[in-house]
Design a protein around this ligand. Structure first.
Ligand code: ADP
Length: 384
């Protein structure tokens, strides 16, 4: 039995093929087709053909009809989707309706869904949403202090993202600590190009740092994270920058890149080690924001059993983990600086000092594996 996971972006198609052993999935092949829209690959339909061709050539699959199911990553599930769903016409209409909330992502995700359904109409397809895990967040944490009518009329609220990753590492933490999820309070910190922190009580997200869009919260590669919203009015009045320019400023030219001109954390650390002032500053600001969210979520959760670091930076940058947890002894959080330097080699490790009340874990995330497993679980439930 095989499951295909598709992540269809505006100019790329990422795909992974898994084999299934009971409910466990194992990766057999992973591919990425980029620059869709260029002369080589004109559109998503050609990208899908290319994927099928590659899977055939590698002798992993002769046709999509051999699959047990296809799992699609969908960025925005709004308030409608609190869990993965089997895709049908109604689901497609609902995802379409959510496009204004994620104009860069949902239309591209939908394109992948429509094309895969055309190619393999008899194969069950599942949508797994980045937002779904956060639908357990209570009103007080997801509502902004704006006129309530904006929520009623325009659904302005916190949705949160990276849900698949936070959910995956939450489960891995429970396995690693050998404690049932319903006994655990966790803070999960996903640090990749995008970055978010989530407070998790008994396996349920109760707050997360990304908001209505992925712009809010922690400092990211090119996104500002939290700022005073009045900066936008000020810049508009003072410089004449319009909405689109401000959008680009906050999403593409800010964050680490805005501070030091670089958004790749490896290079920023190298530059800081060579004495570059703005790179050092970028790291300081990045880590300080993480620390503030740890403090906030400690309060939201009334204590925490474990802090989880994940994502490209969280899994691979001891310096960032150390700085984010520095001087938190009084809160029961103390890192073992030697353990923190170990390479995790793709496994979960703990890096807290023996005197620390709180565990500090490094857990490699695997969003595609999580999508594959959620897909097969739902298909098994549906076909039982
Ligand atoms: P995405 O969010 O695009 O999936 P990743 O989770 O792969 O991104 O994270 C990318 C980030 O991880 C980049 O900033 C990269 O520099 C950083 N990173 C990867 N390896 C290391 C490392 N060894 N040390 C520091 N940062 C790293």
């Amino acid at each position: 039995m095989k499951i295909l996971v598709l992540n269809s972006g505006s100019s790329s198609l990422k795909y992974q093929l898994f084999t299934i052993h009971s409910v466990k999935c194992e990766l057999i092949f992973s591919g990425l087709i980029e620059q869709i829209g260029d002369s080589q690959i004109l559109d998503h339909s050609q990208a899908l053909e290319k994927m099928i061709q590659t899977l055939k050539e590698k002798q992993h699959l002769q046709s999509l009809t051999e699959l047990s199911g296809i799992g699609h990553r969908v960025v925005h599930g709004g308030e409608e989707f609190t869990a993965p769903v089997i895709i049908n016409e109604q689901v497609i209409t609902a995802i379409e309706k959510l496009c204004p909330l994620a104009p860069l992502h949902n239309p591209a995700n939908l394109m992948g869904i429509q094309l895969a359904r055309k190619k393999a109409p008899k194969i069950l397809q599942v949508a797994v949403f980045d937002t779904a895990f956060h639908q357990s967040i209570p009103e007080q944490a997801y509502l902004y202090a704006l006129p309530y009518s904006l929520y009623e009329q325009h659904k302005i609220r916190r949705y949160g993202f990276h849900g698949t990753s936070h959910h995956y590492v939450t489960q891995q933490a429970s396995l690693y600590l050998n404690k049932p999820l319903n006994t655990l309070k966790l803070i999960s910190i996903h640090l990749g190009n995008g970055a978010s922190a989530t407070a998790i009580n008994k396996g349920q997200s109760i707050d997360t740092s990304m908001g209505m869009t992925p712009l809010e919260g922690l400092v990211m590669g090119t996104r500002s994270g939290d700022i005073d919203p009045a900066i936008l009015f000020y810049l508009n009045r003072k410089t004449g920058m319009n909405i689109d320019e401000l959008d680009t400023l906050l999403n593409k030219q800010s964050g680490l890149k805005g501070i030091c001109g670089e958004n790749d954390m490896r290079r920023i650390i190298d530059q800081a080690e060579q004495g570059d002032h703005t790179s050092t500053l970028a790291i300081d600001i990045f880590c300080y924001h993480i620390k503030k969210y740890i403090g906030a979520y400690l309060a939201s959760l009334n204590g925490v059993d474990a802090i989880i670091f994940t994502g490209g930076i969280g899994e691979n940058a001891p310096l960032i983990r150390q700085m984010a947890c520095e001087n938190l002894n009084n809160l029961g959080i103390k890192m073992d600086t030697e353990k923190n330097q170990q390479k995790n080699k793709g496994n979960s490790i703990d890096i807290q000092h023996h005197s620390s009340l709180v565990k500090i874990l490094v857990i490699p995330t695997d969003e595609e594996l999580e999508i594959a497993e959620q897909t097969i679980q739902l298909i098994n439930k549906t076909t039982d």
